[in-house]
Design a protein around this ligand. Structure first.
Ligand SMILES: Cc1ncc(COP(=O)(O)O)c(C=O)c1O
Length: 347
C-alpha cells in the first residue's frame, strides 16, 4: 500500500518540453464490478491497485484500455475531444474479451471527475500539451482457469503530456516489421493489452535501428500497410487531392483518423478513400503521416522496407496538406476553430 500524499505539480515543470511519460497526478477514479453491476465509483489518491494474484488481467490478458485528452482552451475552459467515441470503442473492446461494458454516461462522468480533480495538472493553453486520460477495465478476483473474471475494475487516471514522438510536427522515419501485432481475425480492432505486448519487440527492434517505430503490414499477406506503431496511417496522393487510409478488420479504428477523414473531406475539400495502401506502391503518395491521440499527427519522412527506403515529402519538413490537417485538428481540440457538432465536451 502507498501513502496517499497528494503530489502537486512542481513549480518548475516545463510544460513546453513535456514528453509522454508517467507522472503521478493527484486523483484517479475507480469503480468496481461485483454481483452483476458497476458501483458508482469514486476518486482516490492511491495510485496502486491491490488485486488478487489470480486476476485474469495478469494471466490471460483480460483487460482493455483507452486514451483521450483534455485540452485547455484560450478562455481557460477545458475540452474533452469526442469522449463518446472512446466510450463506444471501450465497449467494443470489453465485448471482445468478455468483460462487462461501462456505459457512455459513466465513462464520460469518470473522465470529467478526473480532469476536474487534476485541473492544475492540465498544461496551459499555448504550450501544446494536454492532459492525457487513461481509462481501463481489468478482470480481477480469485481465479485460475481460463475463463472470464468474477470481478472487474474500471479506472481512469490522468497525466500531463506533450509530444509522443519528439519534436512535434517534425517528420520521423519508420521501418516495416516482419512481426504482426494482431492476427487476421484476432483482436487487432480492440484496444487490448495483448496487441501491445506483441508490439514491444518489433518497436524495440525498430528503435535499435534508429527508426521512430515499426510499421505493421496486413497479417495475412504482408503487402499492405496497416498501422504505424500505436497509431493509424494516412497518405495524400501525388496530386494532393485524395486522403487515403487503410481499411482492415485488424486495425484499431482510430478516433483521430476518422476525425481527419471528416476534416479532409469537409474542411479541406479532399476526396477520401479507405482502402489498400500497398507497401510496394508508396510512389503514389506525396505525403504520409501517423495519427492518433498520443501521436496527434506525426509526419512520416520515410519508410524502410527491406533494403529500400522511400521518402515522401521530405525527411525534415512537414508537407502542406499534413500541416493543414494538423492545424485544423488541433485548432478544434484547443477550441480555436469551430468544432463539428458533438466533437467537444466541456468539462
Ligand atoms: C494500435 C493503435 N492504433 C491507432 C491508435 C490511434 O487511435 P486514436 O486516434 O483513437 O487515439 C492507437 C491509440 O489509441 C493505437 O494504440
Amino acid at each position: 500500500m502507498t501513502t496517499p500524499a497528494t503530489p502537486r505539480p512542481p513549480v518548475n515543470l516545463d510544460w513546453s518540453t513535456l514528453g509522454f511519460s508517467y507522472i503521478r497526478t493527484d486523483e484517479r477514479y475507480l469503480s468496481h464490478w461485483r454481483g452483476g453491476q458497476w458501483d458508482s465509483g469514486q476518486l482516490t489518491l492511491d495510485n496502486v491497485l491491490h488485486i488478487s494474484e489470480g486476476s485474469t488481467a495478469l494471466h490471460y490478458g483480460q483487460q482493455c484500455f483507452e486514451g483521450l485528452k483534455a485540452y485547455r482552451a484560450a478562455d481557460g475552459s477545458v475540452n474533452l475531444f469526442r469522449p463518446d467515441q472512446n466510450a463506444a470503442r471501450m465497449q467494443e473492446s470489453c465485448r471482445r474479451v468478455l468483460m462487462p461494458e461501462v456505459s457512455t454516461e459513466q465513462f464520460i462522468d469518470a473522465c470529467r471527475q478526473v480532469v476536474r480533480a487534476n485541473d492544475h495538472w492540465i498544461p496551459p493553453y499555448g504550450t501544446g500539451g494536454a492532459l492525457y486520460l487513461r481509462p481501463y477495465v481489468i478482470g480481477v478476483g480469485d481465479n485460475i482457469g481460463v475463463r472470464s473474471a468474477p470481478e472487474f475494475l474500471f479506472g481512469v487516471f490522468a497525466i500531463p503530456v506533450g509530444a509522443y514522438f519528439k519534436g512535434g510536427l517534425t517528420p520521423h522515419n519508420f521501418i516495416t516489421s516482419g512481426y504482426d501485432r494482431a492476427a487476421p481475425h484476432g483482436t487487432g480492432a480492440a484496444k487490448v493489452g495483448g496487441n501491445y505486448a506483441a508490439s514491444l519487440l518489433p518497436g524495440f527492434e525498430a528503435k535499435e535501428r534508429h527508426f521512430a517505430d515499426a510499421i505493421y503490414l496486413d497479417p495475412a499477406t504482408h503487402t499492405k500497410i496497416e498501422e504505424v506503431g500505436a497509431a493509424n496511417f494516412f497518405a495524400i496522393t501525388k496530386d494532393g487531392q485524395t486522403f487515403v487510409t487503410p481499411k482492415s478488420p485488424s486495425i484499431l479504428p482510430s478516433i483521430t483518423k476518422y476525425s481527419l477523414l471528416h476534416l479532409a473531406e469537409h474542411r479541406l475539400g479532399l476526396k477520401v478513400v479507405e482502402g489498400d495502401v500497398y507497401i510496394d506502391r508508396l510512389g503514389e503518395y506525396s505525403e504520409a503521416g501517423a495519427c492518433g491521440t498520443a501521436a496527434v499527427i506525426t509526419p512520416i519522412g520515410g519508410i524502410q522496407h527491406g533494403d529500400r527506403f522511400h521518402v515522401f515529402h521530405s525527411e525534415t519538413q512537414v508537407g502542406p496538406v499534413t500541416r493543414r490537417l494538423y492545424d485544423e485538428l488541433t485548432g478544434i481540440q484547443f477550441g480555436d476553430r469551430p468544432a463539428p457538432e458533438g466533437w467537444l465536451v466541456k468539462v
